[in-house]
Design a protein around this ligand. Sequence first.
Ligand SMILES: *Cc1c(COP(=O)(O)O)cnc(C)c1O
Length: 401
Amino acid sequence: MPRLAKRFGTPLYVYSASTIVSRLRAFDDAFRKIPHTICYSVKANSTLGILRLVAATKSGFDVVSGGELERVLRVDRRAAKKIVFSGVGKTRDELKAALHENILLFNVESESELWTLAECAASLKKTANMALRVNPDVAAETHPYISTGLHKHKFGIPIAEARALYARASGIRHLNVSGVSAHIGSQITEVGPFAAAMERVADLVRLLRADGHTINYVDAGGGLGIPYTRVAPTDFSRYAAEYAKAVTNPLRGLGIHLLLEPGRAIVGPAGALLTSLVYRKKNDSKTFLVVDAAMNDLIRPALYNAYHGIVPVIPAYSVRREIVDVVGQVCETGDFLGRDHDLPVIAEGDLLAVLDAGAYGMSLASNYNSRPRPAEVLVDGKSVKLIRRRESTSDMLRFES
Ligand SMILES: *Cc1c(COP(=O)(O)O)cnc(C)c1O
């Protein structure tokens, strides 16, 4: 880590290729008893170097915009047949781009979108495979901003209204009703809500089949959380198996092909954000470590009050400890990476690693305060690849006149 910091500078996202691949394999293995496709959720980390690694494992992708679609196609054109397209506001252009690539499944989130998809498909003389994203109205214990499965949320179609809409969809020539989809939120660490959602989806599948629809796919969405606070290392295989059981039990006997859209659970623990201490600062009794990474680089603490473990990465550090707030350089009180962390005392210039930053880190990075975004490296055994170079100030100003 100190060598990476020296070579590439800080702040720096560092990812482990073997962690990503082994988590994908463990996840895949947990579902081995049922036909399934993993569609990695691109928005968790959409850097091409990460997508390339995921594509090499033969996984599919879940995209939520035309931009994400294009990223996947850049990495592997043949991945198109394993792409599912989600999102509440897909535009005509985005729908057409996806139709052009003959993607696996459109997860339609409203009646208006259904008509628009039909129109676009007709104009291109294509048939769109579609599912409705239903809102199963189950509460998931997570941060309110990333809970999506309740009727008060903007996502999906109320499950009670889905049947009527499927009936309408099946009458449209350019649409091919082929699945039911549900995604109830993110960073869900209890498997109960997944089971509850799938019970409701299974009931709907039975109803739809009785109505005469061919339902081949159930898309269970993503959302499996990770333990950001780790006392002891957790066994991901066991956790994934528990999740798989919750998802698949309600679907038993339906003979469906399961689609899964994990994001965070695959890449979250595989990444760390390396940062250097710029200044130590004391305001009365409070100690601040002002570091060179900030909320524009990793917004999760500011946005969700999320906790990330933070550790020093110098070889032999002080045995003296202190309680500190690790904060960035942005002019916002909400700009912190960690509050009240108990850390060994480090000196200005020393390095810290913010852990479990592989998901919703770089993909949510911005230029707020005119800060160029960090570089990203992918470590694969002995090889170190710069998968995104550090932005420069002139990169940042390029689009302005
Ligand atoms: C964000 C999202 C995911 C991935 O969620 P994770 O919590 O990262 O697993 C999957 N599907 C949809 C539709 C999403 O919006």
